[in-house]
Ligand binder design. Structure first.
Ligand code: C2O
Ligand code: CU
Length: 637
């Protein structure tokens, strides 16, 4: 085993990730940051100097468990103080498990600002993967906004709230195209121009060069701030073999969902017509497309026309319509819930006002059959010796529609542990149920868990717990549960108000902890979002997913204790729950949070601590702020 030394400087730099100039957080002048490649058992030593003029910085090594080095986890206010401008902090930790990982900023919205890079751990010398491949391609996926992250962040903390909106571009290894498309010639939208790139531009796609009839391992990691992605390769199938640094039972897919914070390896066999090149595309999943619906109100008289309908505009409509005329011709009447109407068409439909007369109803129109706002990210799989500039012969694969959750669930349910993966303990010692809600605090929009919205304290927990500094954070245990009998997860919160908190779930060392993540309706009716949750310091077993409210009697027995996948990230589907189990065997303080960066910033996270008293020494370098800072400088706190 080796120690691998890196000297990094973080600074803002002008860059054109999607052919539009902007500023990015660069490391040693590069965006994305340099790739770290190491072998199991190696020690990584990164001397990080903050060259930003006015902001602190930290870097988190996503997926690395930091066994024995919790101070190197790189979470501001949790494992360390932010590194001040001009200062240097050394991250020194061991990589003990092979796999596909990445690193990223973990302060404010610095990940969205572009502070990320790949971290790949190969097997130790002489060890063999449980699958064969001839070559490897590494893709780090992200989303990109033209509005800078300071502007985005202020919007989130403003009343009225300003949401960051959908990203302008998707990036593959930091490269995307905003003002042109590699596949314009296949698009019916003539306003998009065909990219004319020489290949040397910062936004030129990283072409994937392959030889026919070989097998490649594609390493995929998603550092997105917001987007849930779907990835596909034209004409090719993929075999999923790794998820979050753990082997899975191989399964074949046409396309793959990847949420923020997740990583996968897939095997790609280049068995298609060798005279062509092929597309690799990523597209956004799981969020409403940008073009807003057109709306009006069906006013059931004598209700006031100003009385708003009681539920959100149709996703499931109340009224049926009977289609009777098309373009001036009678048609055989047929009943529909909704109707497609294309440019130039006309219809007559009969509407019977047979619904609850005490309400009004929406009439809505929405855009069909167009790409969502954020265009696909594209690159080319170049079958050598074809020229890389030869375009594929057909259009890029289409991303499944945003709300096809059955497609997403089917994929998620196929992920099972490879034989030989450690199994979960059969019983749990403690079960924490976390209700995910959107809330208001003094008019500000927040996310909360069991009605508590996380605000990180100025003193890092690792120091305040180790040194018993009771004033550093709320000493009460945060709520373990919510009122699961009365709370209706399908409706907006009855009491939308929540509170700020910074308490810690103190876990017994070596105990088995279950976490049930319970999704619910957001503030607006008929809205429930996907949240990709990520745990620091551990892998957990994903015991199962379900719809509606988790019920101990009915759902407990359906949990998979036989071959649940081990992961560090898992999603909750809209209105659903996800059950996780882990063993609290890593002394330290660990973040557990939604990996959508604006959500975390709005309070969507909790903090776990275990066995901190077992850490004989914690280096002081990372604790020179807040109350630990005072303590070390000899002042009384
Ligand atoms: Cu990749 Cu706490 O995050
Ligand atoms: Cu979230």
């Amino acid at each position: 085993a080796k120690t691998r030394h890196f000297k990094w400087e973080v600074e803002y730099k002008y860059w054109s990730p999607d052919c539009i100039e902007n500023i990015v957080m660069a490391i040693n002048g590069q965006f994305p940051g340099p790739t770290i490649r190491a072998k199991v058992g190696d020690t990584i030593n990164v001397e990080l100097t903050n060259k930003l003029s006015t902001e602190g910085v930290v870097i988190h090594w996503h997926g690395i468990r930091q066994t024995g080095t919790p101070w190197a986890d790189g979470t501001a206010s949790i494992s360390q103080c932010a590194i001040n401008p001009g200062e240097t902090y050394t991250y020194r930790f061991k990589v003990d498990k092979p796999g596909t990982y990445f690193y990223h900023g973990h302060l404010g919205m610095q990940r969205s600002a572009g502070l990320y890079g790949s971290l790949i751990v190969d097997l130790a010398e002489g060890e063999k993967e449980p699958f064969y491949y001839d070559g490897e391609l590494n893709l780090l996926l992200s989303d990109w906004w033209h509005k800078n992250t300071h502007d985005q962040e202020i919007g989130l903390f403003t009343n009225p709230f300003r949401w960051v909106g959908e990203s302008q571009s998707l990036l593959i290894n930091g490269r995307g195209q905003y003002n042109c498309s590699l596949a314009a010639k296949f698009s019916s939208n003539t306003s998009i121009s065909q990219c004319k790139l020489r290949g040397t531009e910062q936004c030129a796609p990283m072409i994937l060069h392959v030889l026919p009839n070989k097998t490649y391992r594609l390493r995929l990691a998603s550092a997105t701030s917001l987007a849930s992605l779907n990835l596909a390769i034209g004409n090719h199938k993929m075999l999923v073999v790794e998820a979050d640094g753990n082997y899975v039972q191989p399964f074949e897919v046409d396309d793959l969902d990847i949420y923020s914070g997740e990583s996968y390896s897939v095997l790609l066999t280049t068995n298609q017509d060798p005279s062509n090149n092929y597309w690799l595309s990523i597209g956004v999943r799981g969020r409403l497309p940008q073009t807003p619906q057109g709306l009006t109100i069906l006013n059931y008289k004598p209700n006031s026309a100003s009385k708003l309908p009681i539920s959100a505009p149709p996703i499931t409509p109340n009224h049926k319509m009977l289609v009777v005329e098309a373009d001036g011709n009678y048609v055989q009447p047929f009943e529909v819930d909704d109707l497609d109407i294309y440019s130039g068409e006309s219809y007559s439909v009969l509407l019977t006002t047979n619904q609850d007369p005490s309400n009004n109803y929406w009439l809505s129109i929405g855009v069909r059959g167009r790409l969502p706002q954020t265009p696909q990210g594209l690159t080319i799989l170049n079958y050598k010796p074809n020229s890389a500039s030869k375009l594929p012969i057909s259009a890029p694969p289409i991303t499944p529609v945003w709300n096809d959750y059955n497609h997403s669930k089917a994929f998620t349910n196929k992920i099972l542990a490879l034989m030989g993966t450690p199994k979960p303990p059969v019983n749990h010692d403690r079960r924490i149920i976390l209700l995910n809600t959107q809330n208001k605090i003094n008019g500000y929009t927040k996310w909360a868990l069991n009605n508590v919205s996380l605000v990180l304290p100025p003193t890092p927990y690792l120091g305040s717990i180790k040194y018993g500094l009771k004033n550093a954070f709320d000493q009460k245990n945060p709520p373990e549960n919510f009122d699961s009998i009365n709370y209706d997860v399908t409706k907006p919160p009855v009491n939308p108000n929540s509170t700020y908190g910074n308490g810690v779930y103190m876990l017994g060392f070596n105990t088995t902890v279950d976490v049930i993540l319970q999704n619910a309706n957001a503030l607006n009716a008929n809205v429930s979002e996907i949240h990709p949750w990520h745990l620091h310091g551990h892998d957990f077993w994903v015991l199962g997913y379900g719809d509606g409210k988790f019920s101990a009697e009915n759902d407990e027995k359906k949990l998979n204790l036989k071959n649940p996948p081990l992961r560090n990230s898992a999603i909750i589907f809209p209105y659903g729950w996800t059950a996780l189990r882990f063993v609290a065997d890593n002394p330290g303080v660990w973040a557990f949070h939604c990996h959508i960066e604006p959500h975390l910033h709005m309070g969507m996270g909790v903090v776990f601590a275990e066995g901190v008293d077992r850490l004989s020494t914690i280096p002081n370098e990372g604790l020179t702020c807040g109350l630990t800072g005072k303590k070390f400088s000899g002042q009384k706190n």
